[in-house]
Design a protein around this ligand. Structure first.
Ligand code: MN3
Length: 202
């Protein structure tokens, strides 16, 4: 079974003005679509055919550049679309809010830590909020399309929130102003989805 490009859960222009429609069209329709096609090609003969994407990441041969980049790209973007919503923004509640307070002191302190991780990732990559077994949450970042599920990358937990800081994610609208994009991202975070992922993976 080949992997398929997941449908966007909202219209291309649904996240405006925070994420513009043209960026979404290219990001989903070209970039994510490319990762999906190239993932399927890279899986051929890798011995990982038929595994779930999580299994592929967890058991990644980090020397297999094509599989590493495209499996990461497929997974990272699939998560990214899900954790944004036109009805997003605000703050988490319940057990996730408690876990964030336990690790960072407050939601605002978490926001600072996450934003800094995203802003200071040199070049292309992602910043993550991950949950470990037991419910502890942690922020880390990774280069390129690497992902904390891969061996030896980032904090090693399960990502429940991620921001793409490749220039393709923001350059049309924000040019070099990555911090403005990061700050706008918080207006579209789908905390209900992040909470759901927290509960499933804690
Ligand atoms: Mn991207």
């Amino acid at each position: 079974m080949a992997f398929e490009l997941p449908k966007l859960p909202y219209a291309h222009d649904a996240l405006e003005p925070h994420v513009d429609a043209r960026t979404m069209e290219i990001h989903h329709g070209k970039h994510h679509n490319g990762y999906t096609t190239n993932l399927n090609n890279a899986l051929e003969g890798s011995g990982m055919e038929g595994k779930s994407i999580e299994e592929v990441l967890k058991n990644m041969d980090m020397n297999n550049g094509a599989l590493r980049n495209n499996a990461g790209g497929f997974y990272n973007h699939s998560l990214f679309w899900e954790i944004m919503s036109p009805n997003g923004g605000g703050k988490p509640s319940g057990a996730l809010a408690d876990a964030i307070e336990a690790s960072f002191g407050s939601f605002d302190d978490f926001k600072d830590t996450f934003s800094k991780a995203a802003a200071t990732r040199f070049g292309s990559g992602w910043a993550w909020l991950c949950v470990h077994a037991g419910g502890k949450v942690e922020v880390c970042s990774s280069a390129n399309q690497d992902n904390p599920i891969m061996p030896g990358i980032g904090c090693g937990g399960t990502p429940i929130l991620g921001i793409d800081v490749w220039e393709h994610a923001y350059y049309l609208n924000y040019q070099n102003r990555r911090p403005d994009y990061i700050s706008a991202f918080f207006n579209v975070v789908n905390w209900d989805k992040v909470s759901e992922l927290f509960e499933q993976n804690k």
